[in-house]
Design a protein. Sequence first.
Length: 311
Amino acid sequence: MSSGAYIAFSAIGGTFFSIGRSALITESVPKKKLATSFGTFTTMAGWLSMFAPVLGGLYLDTYLRAILIVSVLLYSGVATVRALFLKETLHEIPGESSEGRELRVSIESQQVSKFKTLSTNLRAALSNRILIALTLAYTVYGILFSQSSFVVTLYSANVIHLTTFQLGLMFSIFLLVDSQLSIPFGMMADRWDKKKIIIASWLGEMTLMMFFVYSAGPVIALASFAAWTAFGALDGPAISALLGIITKMETRGVSMGFFNTFSSILAISAPIFSGFLYSIQPVLPFFMLLAIDSTALVVFLQFINLKKPSA
Protein backbone atom coordinates (compact mmCIF):
# COMPACT_ATOMS: atom_id res chain seq x y z
CA MET A 1 0.00 0.00 0.00
CA SER A 2 2.80 2.40 0.81
CA SER A 3 4.53 1.65 -2.49
CA GLY A 4 1.32 2.24 -4.46
CA ALA A 5 0.65 5.52 -2.69
CA TYR A 6 4.21 6.72 -3.29
CA ILE A 7 4.03 5.87 -7.00
CA ALA A 8 0.78 7.81 -7.37
CA PHE A 9 2.20 10.75 -5.42
CA SER A 10 5.37 10.87 -7.50
CA ALA A 11 3.48 10.68 -10.79
CA ILE A 12 0.85 13.30 -9.96
CA GLY A 13 2.82 15.59 -7.68
CA GLY A 14 6.15 15.50 -9.49
CA THR A 15 6.27 14.71 -13.19
CA PHE A 16 2.80 15.98 -14.05
CA PHE A 17 3.38 19.30 -12.33
CA SER A 18 6.91 19.86 -13.64
CA ILE A 19 5.80 19.97 -17.29
CA GLY A 20 3.23 22.69 -16.66
CA ARG A 21 5.67 24.59 -14.46
CA SER A 22 8.38 24.62 -17.13
CA ALA A 23 5.97 25.72 -19.85
CA LEU A 24 4.51 28.42 -17.60
CA ILE A 25 7.94 29.92 -16.83
CA THR A 26 9.01 29.73 -20.49
CA GLU A 27 5.91 31.57 -21.66
CA SER A 28 6.07 34.24 -18.93
CA VAL A 29 9.51 35.77 -19.51
CA PRO A 30 11.69 37.00 -22.40
CA LYS A 31 13.80 34.25 -23.96
CA LYS A 32 17.05 36.08 -23.27
CA LYS A 33 16.31 35.75 -19.53
CA LEU A 34 15.02 32.17 -19.56
CA ALA A 35 17.87 30.53 -17.64
CA THR A 36 17.95 33.31 -15.03
CA SER A 37 14.20 32.94 -14.57
CA PHE A 38 14.43 29.19 -14.06
CA GLY A 39 17.27 29.74 -11.61
CA THR A 40 15.28 32.35 -9.71
CA PHE A 41 12.30 30.02 -9.43
CA THR A 42 14.48 27.17 -8.14
CA THR A 43 16.19 29.43 -5.60
CA MET A 44 12.97 30.90 -4.22
CA ALA A 45 11.32 27.48 -4.10
CA GLY A 46 14.18 26.11 -2.01
CA TRP A 47 14.25 28.76 0.72
CA LEU A 48 12.27 26.71 3.23
CA SER A 49 12.76 23.15 2.00
CA MET A 50 16.48 23.15 2.76
CA PHE A 51 15.73 22.90 6.50
CA ALA A 52 13.48 19.85 6.16
CA PRO A 53 16.15 17.09 6.09
CA VAL A 54 17.83 18.40 9.25
CA LEU A 55 14.50 18.41 11.10
CA GLY A 56 13.68 14.99 9.71
CA GLY A 57 17.05 13.66 10.82
CA LEU A 58 16.42 14.89 14.36
CA TYR A 59 12.84 13.66 14.77
CA LEU A 60 12.51 10.79 12.29
CA ASP A 61 12.79 7.97 14.82
CA THR A 62 10.21 9.44 17.21
CA TYR A 63 7.76 11.49 15.15
CA LEU A 64 7.56 9.77 11.76
CA ARG A 65 3.75 9.85 11.58
CA ALA A 66 3.67 13.53 12.61
CA ILE A 67 6.20 14.38 9.89
CA LEU A 68 4.01 12.72 7.25
CA ILE A 69 0.87 14.49 8.48
CA VAL A 70 2.59 17.89 8.39
CA SER A 71 3.78 17.13 4.85
CA VAL A 72 0.24 16.31 3.73
CA LEU A 73 -1.07 19.57 5.21
CA LEU A 74 1.67 21.59 3.50
CA TYR A 75 0.95 20.02 0.10
CA SER A 76 -2.76 20.68 0.50
CA GLY A 77 -2.11 24.31 1.40
CA VAL A 78 0.20 24.84 -1.56
CA ALA A 79 -2.30 23.29 -3.97
CA THR A 80 -5.03 25.59 -2.65
CA VAL A 81 -2.87 28.69 -3.03
CA ARG A 82 -1.92 27.72 -6.58
CA ALA A 83 -5.56 27.19 -7.53
CA LEU A 84 -6.52 30.60 -6.17
CA PHE A 85 -3.68 32.79 -7.41
CA LEU A 86 -1.84 31.10 -10.30
CA LYS A 87 -2.80 32.80 -13.57
CA GLU A 88 -2.62 31.58 -17.15
CA THR A 89 0.38 32.67 -19.21
CA LEU A 90 0.71 34.12 -22.73
CA HIS A 91 -1.08 37.32 -21.75
CA GLU A 92 1.86 39.62 -21.22
CA ILE A 93 5.65 39.51 -21.30
CA PRO A 94 7.56 41.97 -19.07
CA GLY A 95 8.85 44.94 -21.10
CA GLU A 96 6.76 44.15 -24.17
CA SER A 97 4.93 46.99 -25.92
CA SER A 98 1.18 46.88 -26.47
CA GLU A 99 1.68 46.66 -30.26
CA GLY A 100 4.14 43.80 -29.87
CA ARG A 101 1.80 42.02 -27.49
CA GLU A 102 -1.13 42.27 -29.88
CA LEU A 103 1.00 40.98 -32.75
CA ARG A 104 2.36 38.09 -30.67
CA VAL A 105 -1.09 37.03 -29.49
CA SER A 106 -2.36 37.14 -33.07
CA ILE A 107 0.52 35.01 -34.35
CA GLU A 108 0.24 32.55 -31.46
CA SER A 109 -3.49 32.17 -32.03
CA GLN A 110 -2.85 31.34 -35.68
CA GLN A 111 -0.16 28.87 -34.67
CA VAL A 112 -2.37 27.14 -32.12
CA SER A 113 -5.09 26.64 -34.74
CA LYS A 114 -2.63 24.66 -36.86
CA PHE A 115 -1.91 22.15 -34.11
CA LYS A 116 -5.16 20.87 -32.70
CA THR A 117 -4.49 17.19 -32.08
CA LEU A 118 -2.07 15.35 -29.84
CA SER A 119 -0.75 13.22 -32.69
CA THR A 120 0.04 16.29 -34.78
CA ASN A 121 1.80 17.94 -31.85
CA LEU A 122 3.78 14.79 -31.14
CA ARG A 123 4.89 14.44 -34.74
CA ALA A 124 6.00 18.06 -34.74
CA ALA A 125 7.95 17.53 -31.52
CA LEU A 126 9.62 14.37 -32.80
CA SER A 127 10.76 16.22 -35.92
CA ASN A 128 12.91 18.46 -33.72
CA ARG A 129 16.33 16.84 -34.05
CA ILE A 130 17.97 18.92 -31.34
CA LEU A 131 15.17 17.94 -28.93
CA ILE A 132 15.67 14.23 -29.74
CA ALA A 133 19.45 14.45 -29.31
CA LEU A 134 19.17 16.45 -26.07
CA THR A 135 16.59 14.00 -24.70
CA LEU A 136 18.80 11.01 -25.51
CA ALA A 137 21.93 12.53 -23.97
CA TYR A 138 20.12 13.80 -20.88
CA THR A 139 18.34 10.44 -20.41
CA VAL A 140 21.56 8.47 -20.49
CA TYR A 141 23.37 10.93 -18.26
CA GLY A 142 22.67 10.25 -14.60
CA ILE A 143 20.17 7.49 -15.43
CA LEU A 144 21.46 5.15 -12.71
CA PHE A 145 21.05 7.47 -9.70
CA SER A 146 21.53 11.04 -8.49
CA GLN A 147 22.82 12.69 -5.31
CA SER A 148 19.45 12.15 -3.61
CA SER A 149 19.37 8.40 -4.38
CA PHE A 150 19.10 5.70 -1.72
CA VAL A 151 22.45 4.38 -2.99
CA VAL A 152 24.16 7.57 -1.81
CA THR A 153 22.37 7.33 1.53
CA LEU A 154 23.39 3.69 2.04
CA TYR A 155 26.96 4.37 1.02
CA SER A 156 27.17 7.39 3.32
CA ALA A 157 25.82 5.43 6.29
CA ASN A 158 27.52 2.07 5.80
CA VAL A 159 30.84 2.96 4.18
CA ILE A 160 31.59 6.55 5.23
CA HIS A 161 29.73 5.98 8.54
CA LEU A 162 27.75 9.20 8.76
CA THR A 163 25.33 9.51 11.68
CA THR A 164 21.59 10.11 11.22
CA PHE A 165 22.05 13.81 11.93
CA GLN A 166 24.96 14.02 9.50
CA LEU A 167 22.81 12.34 6.83
CA GLY A 168 20.09 14.93 7.42
CA LEU A 169 22.72 17.67 7.26
CA MET A 170 24.05 16.22 4.01
CA PHE A 171 20.68 16.41 2.29
CA SER A 172 20.06 19.88 3.68
CA ILE A 173 23.34 20.81 2.02
CA PHE A 174 22.01 19.18 -1.15
CA LEU A 175 18.87 21.34 -1.11
CA LEU A 176 20.83 24.46 -0.14
CA VAL A 177 23.41 24.14 -2.90
CA ASP A 178 21.00 22.80 -5.51
CA SER A 179 18.57 25.70 -5.09
CA GLN A 180 20.49 28.71 -3.85
CA LEU A 181 23.13 28.65 -6.57
CA SER A 182 20.51 28.50 -9.31
CA ILE A 183 20.32 32.27 -9.84
CA PRO A 184 24.05 32.74 -10.60
CA PHE A 185 24.00 29.52 -12.63
CA GLY A 186 21.01 30.86 -14.58
CA MET A 187 22.75 34.19 -15.20
CA MET A 188 25.79 32.30 -16.46
CA ALA A 189 23.63 30.26 -18.84
CA ASP A 190 21.98 33.42 -20.23
CA ARG A 191 25.32 35.14 -20.75
CA TRP A 192 27.58 32.31 -21.95
CA ASP A 193 27.41 29.27 -24.23
CA LYS A 194 24.85 26.85 -22.81
CA LYS A 195 26.55 23.84 -24.38
CA LYS A 196 29.87 24.64 -22.68
CA ILE A 197 28.12 25.13 -19.33
CA ILE A 198 26.45 21.71 -19.61
CA ILE A 199 29.78 20.08 -20.52
CA ALA A 200 31.53 21.73 -17.55
CA SER A 201 28.69 20.65 -15.26
CA TRP A 202 28.87 17.01 -16.31
CA LEU A 203 32.67 16.80 -16.14
CA GLY A 204 32.75 18.43 -12.72
CA GLU A 205 29.95 16.24 -11.41
CA MET A 206 31.69 13.03 -12.47
CA THR A 207 34.98 14.15 -10.91
CA LEU A 208 33.49 15.27 -7.59
CA MET A 209 31.40 12.09 -7.32
CA MET A 210 34.60 10.05 -7.17
CA PHE A 211 36.03 12.45 -4.58
CA PHE A 212 32.95 11.74 -2.48
CA VAL A 213 33.31 7.96 -2.93
CA TYR A 214 36.83 8.01 -1.52
CA SER A 215 36.17 10.56 1.23
CA ALA A 216 38.28 10.07 4.35
CA GLY A 217 35.81 11.03 7.04
CA PRO A 218 32.55 12.96 7.48
CA VAL A 219 33.97 16.46 6.92
CA ILE A 220 35.54 15.63 3.59
CA ALA A 221 32.45 13.64 2.61
CA LEU A 222 30.12 16.58 3.30
CA ALA A 223 32.43 19.03 1.49
CA SER A 224 32.84 16.81 -1.58
CA PHE A 225 29.10 16.07 -1.59
CA ALA A 226 28.37 19.81 -1.61
CA ALA A 227 30.76 20.35 -4.54
CA TRP A 228 29.28 17.32 -6.36
CA THR A 229 25.81 18.78 -5.90
CA ALA A 230 26.95 22.23 -7.08
CA PHE A 231 28.28 20.89 -10.36
CA GLY A 232 25.14 18.77 -10.70
CA ALA A 233 22.99 21.90 -10.39
CA LEU A 234 25.09 23.95 -12.80
CA ASP A 235 23.38 22.56 -15.91
CA GLY A 236 19.78 22.82 -14.59
CA PRO A 237 18.93 26.38 -15.73
CA ALA A 238 20.84 25.88 -18.99
CA ILE A 239 18.89 22.74 -19.94
CA SER A 240 15.54 24.25 -18.91
CA ALA A 241 16.25 27.39 -20.94
CA LEU A 242 17.47 25.30 -23.86
CA LEU A 243 14.19 23.38 -23.92
CA GLY A 244 12.30 26.67 -23.98
CA ILE A 245 14.41 27.98 -26.85
CA ILE A 246 14.31 24.91 -29.10
CA THR A 247 10.56 24.26 -28.68
CA LYS A 248 7.69 26.20 -30.23
CA MET A 249 4.76 27.48 -28.23
CA GLU A 250 2.19 25.26 -29.95
CA THR A 251 4.17 22.07 -29.23
CA ARG A 252 5.95 23.08 -26.01
CA GLY A 253 3.84 20.99 -23.65
CA VAL A 254 4.19 17.84 -25.75
CA SER A 255 7.91 18.46 -26.29
CA MET A 256 8.62 18.92 -22.61
CA GLY A 257 6.39 15.97 -21.80
CA PHE A 258 8.35 13.82 -24.24
CA PHE A 259 11.63 14.99 -22.72
CA ASN A 260 10.50 14.10 -19.19
CA THR A 261 8.62 10.92 -20.03
CA PHE A 262 11.34 9.35 -22.15
CA SER A 263 13.95 9.82 -19.42
CA SER A 264 11.55 8.53 -16.74
CA ILE A 265 10.67 5.36 -18.66
CA LEU A 266 14.28 4.38 -19.22
CA ALA A 267 15.08 5.07 -15.56
CA ILE A 268 12.39 2.75 -14.17
CA SER A 269 14.71 -0.23 -13.72
CA ALA A 270 17.70 1.88 -12.63
CA PRO A 271 17.06 1.69 -8.85
CA ILE A 272 16.85 -2.12 -9.00
CA PHE A 273 20.06 -2.33 -11.03
CA SER A 274 21.93 0.14 -8.81
CA GLY A 275 20.75 -1.72 -5.69
CA PHE A 276 21.95 -5.01 -7.20
CA LEU A 277 25.37 -3.50 -7.93
CA TYR A 278 25.53 -2.08 -4.41
CA SER A 279 24.82 -5.53 -2.94
CA ILE A 280 27.85 -6.92 -4.81
CA GLN A 281 30.18 -4.07 -3.90
CA PRO A 282 29.10 -0.66 -2.53
CA VAL A 283 31.41 1.23 -4.87
CA LEU A 284 30.21 -0.52 -8.06
CA PRO A 285 27.17 1.75 -8.75
CA PHE A 286 29.42 4.80 -8.74
CA PHE A 287 31.87 3.34 -11.26
CA MET A 288 28.98 2.18 -13.44
CA LEU A 289 27.44 5.67 -13.33
CA LEU A 290 30.82 7.15 -14.25
CA ALA A 291 30.94 4.95 -17.37
CA ILE A 292 27.32 5.76 -18.31
CA ASP A 293 27.80 9.51 -17.83
CA SER A 294 30.94 9.44 -19.97
CA THR A 295 28.90 7.81 -22.74
CA ALA A 296 26.19 10.46 -22.41
CA LEU A 297 28.82 13.19 -22.69
CA VAL A 298 30.10 11.66 -25.93
CA VAL A 299 26.53 11.60 -27.31
CA PHE A 300 26.04 15.21 -26.29
CA LEU A 301 29.27 16.36 -27.93
CA GLN A 302 28.53 14.39 -31.09
CA PHE A 303 24.92 15.33 -31.75
CA ILE A 304 24.07 18.61 -30.01
CA ASN A 305 24.75 21.47 -32.41
CA LEU A 306 23.91 24.84 -30.86
CA LYS A 307 25.66 27.40 -33.03
CA LYS A 308 22.69 29.76 -32.82
CA PRO A 309 20.42 28.58 -29.98
CA SER A 310 18.66 31.94 -29.75
CA ALA A 311 17.43 31.79 -33.36
